[in-house]
Design a protein around this ligand. Sequence first.
Ligand SMILES: *Cc1c(COP(=O)(O)O)cnc(C)c1O
Length: 363
Amino acid sequence: MNRPILASIHTEAFQHNLNRVRELAPESKIWAVIKSRAYGHTFEAALNGLASTDGFALLNMQNAARLREQGWQGRILLLEGLFHEDELALAEKLSCDLVVHCEAQVEWLEKYSSHKPFNVFLKMNTGMNRLGFKPDAYRTAFHRLHAIGCKMHHMTHFANADQVDRLPTVGSQVELFDDAIKGLDAPTSLANSAAILWHRNALGDWVRPGIMLYGASPTGLYSDIKNAHLRAVMQLQSEIIDIQELQKGDRVGYGGRFEAPEAMRIGIVACGYADGYPRHAKDGTPVWVDDGNKGEGVICPIAGRVSMDMLSVDLRNAPNANIGSVVELWGDRVAVDDVAQMSDTIGYELLCALAPRVPVIVK
Ligand SMILES: *Cc1c(COP(=O)(O)O)cnc(C)c1O
């Protein structure tokens, strides 16, 4: 028997979440964002579950090549464009759409004699100050690329679509954007997941959902998507591999962080930070434990520091749990965002950090 940890990727949940994006943005085409191994879910699983998307958006040419090898014939967008000039030929061969966000990338395209025109998503910096051209430089870049035959699209990215009253606001970014593209006729791309959920006046012709396709929250708080009809795609599960009977005052694990307030049982779970479970998870972080009660199970709190290969749970809620009992670290019983919140991070980070040593199965 293998070590019992396993990540299951639910194809149906992917399809459900993609349909949900279609409902929320019925007029838009969809770039399914699958950077970072599809937020930890693996490219193969994403390709399976999200096959009805209009295109996939990712970062690396190697991964674009992988999608083509697997038979994907639809569009592929390189979200940060080319990193080096010498990637142009391969980008053309793989028919990648390119984000263009800086002067150097414009020059590379001008020097290159392509056989067919590139689809370009020209990126405007409307206040996030990460990638892109400021509005004036944007218009110049647009004209230059248009002049060499590129098929142009306008693109920007929101800094605060998941927050109210933070600067820059979605409204201010949209205003700058609309102003700067006046008279430059081309399709647009604006919205990430947060904008698709909460700013449906700011979608554009191509939306770019990431996190919502995986069923987690753009804000990092599960309560914010509780009513958004999204489903968790990844279920991370393992098993209890040992039980410790504690006396009042006994301590658990490195640093002895948890102290038993009474006689109690602790379950040792085969999952640790080397699997991608956050080491900073506080006592009280929820874990679902199958206690043999017709699969309904109960939520038990983590007790003691997470170690490299194991973590420990307080089994006072699960008197029937034993060695071999299945636990869910996150999935549809324990929101990944709830685990993240107890570790001062967001679901995005935990999903992306799923370790390569964890076997993944696509269901
Ligand atoms: C990652 C990314 C997205 C997706 O963001 P989510 O918050 O996961 O929906 C969209 N657009 C760009 C440019 C990105 O880098």
